[in-house]
Design a protein around this ligand. Structure first.
Ligand SMILES: O=C(O)C[C@H]1C=CC(=O)O1
Length: 96
């Protein structure tokens, strides 16, 4: 199942700098592990915003929830989640 997730990040300005550095490093490692595993298909920075749009390919809603809930930055994010369906004009959908 494919999902587009927009993540808006708002880290408190008074967060301890060492905790911030550690949390960002954990976030990067967590994201890259899931990318290597194929469930986090792509991540794009939204230009001019501390936000990303990511595509996930997961087995069900529960797995998506688990991935998002365990993001080290989860407490500092708001998210907008869109389930994706094949578009009838997608040239890849015409093949085969
Ligand atoms: O910077 C972000 O967009 C937040 C975040 C999500 C994954 C990651 O590595 O960083």
């Amino acid at each position: 199942m494919l999902f587009a997730v927009k993540m808006d990040v708002a880290i408190p300005h008074d967060m301890d700098p060492d905790r911030k550095t550690e949390t960002l490093a954990k976030e990067k490692a967590y994201s890259q592990d899931l990318q290597r595993g194929g469930e986090w298909v792509s991540i794009w920075r939204c230009a001019g915003q501390y936000s990303n749009i990511s595509i996930f390919d997961v087995k069900d809603n529960e797995r998506l929830h688990e991935i998002l809930w365990n993001l080290p930055l989860f407490p500092f994010m708001t998210m907008d989640i869109t389930p994706l369906a094949t578009h009838p004009s997608d040239i890849r959908a015409d093949q085969g």
